[in-house]
Design a protein. Structure first.
Length: 180
């Protein structure tokens, strides 16, 4: 948190090095969350790029209430929502599985991982938007229930209910796919 405070301070004073450090520190987490929410790696890359362009344009006006990570994740979630509302939603599939796990040396393990990712991606698309957001932000974005509650404008118990009901629904959906 102190490191982020210093980075924001430097960024607000025009440091391009601070902007680069923020980008390097949070890019992967933002990309992971965006890809999981929109289920398309290429779209996720565009969304994260848009978020950082908007972030860079804030210049000296950046006032963050809370953590930088939470601010950036909120930006990603809002961009994904905007993208989906604009009707640009991609077909709900994970056709970039090879991009996600191309470092596997064992072809059999790679095929198993790709199939598991496909099943999980498909199951996630069957959750409600709120449940999917909570599950992804908590597990992949490493956000707290409180941070997610602030983002979704709901109470912490509501976030906890969405998370646990989302996990329960995923278990049912994934067990159904395994049994087929």
């Amino acid at each position: 948190m102190l490191e982020d405070t210093i980075l924001i301070w430097k960024f607000n004073r025009g440091s391009s090095e601070a902007l680069r450090a923020i980008y390097e520190k949070y890019r992967t987490a933002m990309l992971t969350v965006a890809a999981a929410l929109c289920n398309n790696v290429h779209t996720a890359e565009d969304i994260v790029q848009d978020c950082f362009i908007a972030f860079a344009r804030t210049g000296r006006r950046l006032k963050i209430q809370g953590s930088l990570k939470s601010y950036l994740m909120t930006s990603v979630v809002n961009r994904v929502r905007d993208y989906q509302r604009a009707g640009k939603r991609q077909p709900q599939r994970l056709n970039e599985a090879d991009d996600l796990d191309s470092r596997q040396n064992d072809p059999e393990m790679s095929a198993i991982c790709n199939e598991q990712m496909r099943c999980l991606g498909h199951a996630l698309t069957r959750l409600s938007d709120q449940q999917r957001e909570v599950v992804i932000l908590y597990t992949r974005g490493r956000m707290t229930y409180k941070e997610i509650a602030n983002l979704q404008n709901v109470s912490v118990p509501t976030v906890q209910r969405r998370y646990h009901s989302g996990l329960d629904q995923l278990r049912v959906l994934l067990n159904g796919e395994v049994e087929q």
